[in-house]
Every structure is written in C-alpha cells, then in structure tokens.
Design a binder for this molecule. Structure first.
Ligand SMILES: CC(C)(COP(=O)(O)OP(=O)(O)OC[C@H]1O[C@@H](n2cnc3c(N)ncnc32)[C@H](O)[C@@H]1OP(=O)(O)O)[C@@H](O)C(=O)NCCC(=O)NCCS
Length: 133
C-alpha cells in the first residue's frame, strides 16, 4: 500500500444526537455506539473515492479521549490518510457539543476501507469513472 500525506483538512461526514437508548448503566454513551458511527463515517469518506461498494477491513486504532452524554450532538469528521490500490485508510475525528455549547474532542479512530465488487472481491478504486475525491 503506497503512502500519501493527509489529504486536506478533515471534512464533516455525519452528525448525530445522542439519545437515552445510546447510554450504558453509568449514563454515558456506549463506546459501541460511537464506533458504529465511526464505521459509517469511514464509509462516507471512502465513497468520496468512488461510488462502489466499500467494506471495513479493519479498525486499526480507536482512542476514547472523553465521555459523551445523552443530549449531546456528536460530529464525525474524516480525512483520507493513505491511498492504496483497493483500500484507503481513513482517520475519523469525533467531537461532542456539550449542553453549554462548548466542543470537546472525544474520540479519534483509524479504519481501512476496501472497495469491493458485487461478489465482495477487492477491486482497484482509482480507475472508477465515479471517483469524486
Ligand atoms: C476486506 C476484504 C474484501 C479483503 O479481502 P482480501 O482477500 O484480504 O483482499 P486482498 O488481499 O486483495 O486485500 C485487499 C486490500 O485490503 C487490504 N486489507 C485486507 N485485509 C486487511 C486488514 N485486515 N487490515 C488492513 N488492510 C487490509 C490489503 O492491504 C489490500 O489493500 P491494497 O489493495 O490497497 O494494497 C475481505 O477481508 C472481507 O470481505 N472482509 C469482510 C468485510 C466486512 O464484512 N466488513 C464489515 C465487518 S462487520
């Protein structure tokens, strides 16, 4: 896999409002809920490189830096940090807006997304006519 410098500033991939159903017994948001959104954000970033199917090959790193609470708006920003032949590595930066309006950096993750055909086989994504980024 070839290495590229980070491609620009992180771009907004998605935003979500944390609901009571997203919390654990301690009243903070489950890490798994954050991870599910991180996974979606990774897909949204990968899709900017081509409008085909993409799957998550690996979650290479996740750092939960601060808790998230019910009622907070959470933003998932992404940037591509490595372009391979059939895969891209994506950094996901997660910030939460506290109820007083302040923003806190809560999570950071890195994923590898792979472009696949209808049979689930890895395919090169660069030649795609639908490439957007
Ligand atoms: C991802 C998947 C298509 C890769 O299949 P494969 O037979 O290993 O494919 P290849 O060996 O040709 O590798 C394809 C690319 O994926 C990368 N890759 C494969 N496994 C990887 C892993 N565990 N971590 C990081 N990158 C990985 C390879 O480096 C290669 O990248 P490149 O072409 O940019 O150099 C296959 O493992 C798969 O379908 N996994 C399940 C995906 C899924 O269901 N995700 C949701 C999980 S809940």
């Amino acid at each position: 896999m070839s290495s590229f410098p980070p491609v620009g500033d992180p771009r907004l991939a998605l935003r979500a409002l944390m609901m009571p159903r997203d919390t654990n017994h301690q009243g903070t948001v489950f890490g798994g809920i954050i991870l599910a959104h991180v996974d979606q954000a990774g897909y949204i970033e990968a899709r900017r490189h081509g409008l085909h199917r993409w799957v998550t090959a690996s979650v290479d790193r996740v750092d939960f830096k601060a808790p998230v609470h019910v009622g907070e708006v959470v933003e998932f920003k992404t940037r591509t940090i490595r372009l391979g032949r059939t895969s891209v590595a994506v950094q996901v930066i997660v910030d939460a807006e506290r109820l007083d309006g302040t923003w806190v950096h809560v999570t950071e993750a890195q994923l590898t997304m792979v472009a696949v055909d209808a049979e689930g086989r890895a395919i090169p994504f660069r030649d795609s006519p639908s490439q957007k980024a």
